[in-house]
Design a protein around this ligand. Structure first.
Ligand code: GLC
Length: 527
């Protein structure tokens, strides 16, 4: 097998900068705070950090509304702080990825100020303006955050399109000037040494040139977000999107070893098209199946096999359990199964991404009405994302040592038990498990570059083999709360790691017994 890129063997760690570590007592995390925690990340064993947006922003969508692509939001610090952070990360062998938000800007971006000034402004065509009226939008497209995706602008008598909040007007990516401006911003950060980008809602970049109405979704059920009542046939995932992604890729190819990781919520057969023809697209289109599927062995087993089957020849897989938009895994499936999920994430073939706090078992936080920050919660009660964005829990001291001030979102009251310091001292903690899994992955090429093969397992279990360079591992995961037995099909071996962090080295022959909610990695002779 050829030499792998760092991002194929590595583990990515997502930081939500507002919530990781505050250094100046304003209750909001910042770059100096992150720099002060790099030793922790190095010890955890991850290879790269992805920072959710750090650019200047009015924070209508907490940084996903950018008002300047080439600077740092004063809330987080300065460009000098950024340079310090990247230097310190690189000194420790950690890569740094930024979040790029190319689909839309803030309505406070100077480009939009100009664009909305008059119909003949040179920047008018940088955004998507259409005729309509206050009560009759140009078409039926919906905003992800509720209501029509069109906002009436009385000053110029037209509507502009916003896939998200009205404070986030979509850029017109069919305009070469827009493409060039964004490429310039990307170049700015590449020159500063960033190791790549996670690209926000990349499948949205290009819209139908005829702006046709989206069709009704025949499978919609009213418990779903109203946005899903229509298919996004014409508002997203248009074929020409691959041309603009290729332009970004071509730019990035001019630099050594950089990574493009793209956010794509599409069925997996469609998402893999984002690797691009002959690998001219993203290095990693995010694979969100473990976030979206019910936590059931049969469904997940099928999804893993299907994904392996539809991946293009050189498409490298990736996996993720949660992120800043989705429920925390420990809340979704419970703390015991979250350990099984960790073993799955870190032993599957492909690059894993960990969301900050996942490694200590952080759970969703109850947010009282007066603490709500995410406007999505106000627009669509129950769909807000504050519960998964609360401060990192470092110690049992006040505010979990996240801040000496008043935290921007409440610290989860479970912090006296769930925190880094306590878990460092507990050899069986979630943190201990994540560290062991990451170490094992680093030590065993079978778990990174190795082949993947499903292994027959009883109902409620997932099992597979990973193999490289004459070494082979059987991974057996019990997704139920009953003990399970797995037939070893003539193999024997020894337990290398259990999610319970006991019994290492025990021999296994004929059959393997798993406790409720247990996962095991077993070394078996190679073929
Ligand atoms: C992505 C981000 C999300 C944001 C949205 C609009 O889905 O992950 O947090 O609200 O894009 O930028």
């Amino acid at each position: 097998m050829p030499q792998l890129h760092w991002w194929q063997e590595g583990v990515i760690y997502q930081i939500y900068p507002l919530s990781f570590q505050d250094s100046n007592g304003d209750g909001k995390g910042d770059l100096q705070g992150i720099a002060s925690r790099l030793d922790y990340l190095q010890r955890l064993g991850v290879d790269a950090i992805w920072l959710s947006p750090i650019y200047p922003s009015p924070m209508a969508d907490f940084g996903y509304d950018v008002s300047n692509y080439t600077d740092v939001n004063p809330v987080f610090g300065t460009l000098a702080d950024f340079d310090h952070l990247i230097a310190e990360a690189h000194r420790r062998g950690l890569r740094l990825l930024l979040d790029l938000v190319p689909n839309h800007t803030s309505d406070q971006h100077p480009w939009f100020h100009e664009s909305r000034r008059s119909r003949d402004n040179p920047k008018r065509a940088w955004y998507i303006w259409k005729d309509g009226s206050p009560n009759r939008p140009p078409n039926n497209w919906l905003s992800v955050f509720g209501g029509s995706a069109w906002e009436w602008d009385s000053q110029t008598g037209q509507c502009y399109y916003h896939a998200f909040l009205k404070e986030q007007p979509d850029l017109n990516w069919r305009n070469p000037e827009v493409q060039q401006a964004m490429l310039d911003a990307i170049k700015f950060w590449l020159e500063r040494g960033v190791d790549g980008f996670r690209i926000d809602v990349i499948w949205h970049l290009i819209k139908d040139s005829l702006f046709r109405d989206n069709p009704t979704n025949p499978h919609y059920t009213p418990d779903q977000s109203p946005y899903l009542s229509l298919l996004t046939t014409y508002s997203a995932d248009r074929p020409e999107v691959h041309d603009v992604i290729k332009r970004i890729r071509d730019l990035v190819e001019g630099y050594k070893d950089r990574l493009l990781l793209g956010e794509i919520y599409l069925p997996v057969e469609k998402a893999v098209a984002y690797y691009g023809a002959e690998g001219s697209g993203l290095h990693l289109p995010f694979n969100f199946q473990l976030i979206q599927l019910p936590w059931e062995a049969a469904a997940i087993r099928r999804a893993i096999d299907d994904y392996e089957r539809v991946l293009p020849a050189n498409g490298w897989p990736n996996w993720v359990l949660d992120n800043h938009d989705k429920p925390r895994i420990a809340s979704r499936i419970g703390g015991d199964q979250a350990r099984v999920a960790a073993m799955l994430l870190l032993t599957l073939r492909g690059t894993p991404t960990i969301y900050y706090g996942e490694e200590i078992g952080m759970t969703n936080t109850v947010i009282s009405p007066d603490q709500v920050r995410d406007t999505r919660e106000i627009r669509q009660p129950g769909r807000g994302r504050d519960p998964v964005r609360t401060p990192m829990q470092w110690t049992g001291r006040p505010n979990a040592a996240f801040t000496i001030g008043s935290p921007w979102l409440p610290v989860n009251p479970n912090y006296p038990a769930i925190n880094v310091e306590a878990e460092c001292e507990d050899p069986r903690s979630m943190l201990a498990l994540y560290r062991r899994l990451i170490q094992l992955r680093r030590a065993e090429p079978a778990l990174t570059r190795g082949s993947f093969r499903s292994f027959a397992a009883p109902k409620g279990m997932i099992s597979y083999l990973r193999e490289a360079e004459g070494k082979r591992f059987l991974i057996a995961l019990n997704l139920t709360s009953q003990a399970q037995t797995l037939a070893m099909q003539g193999m024997c071996g020894r337990i290398i790691l259990s999610t319970r962090l006991d019994g290492d080295g025990r021999p296994v022959a004929d059959s393997l017994t798993l406790s409720p909610d247990e996962g095991q990695v077993i070394e078996v002779p190679g073929t």
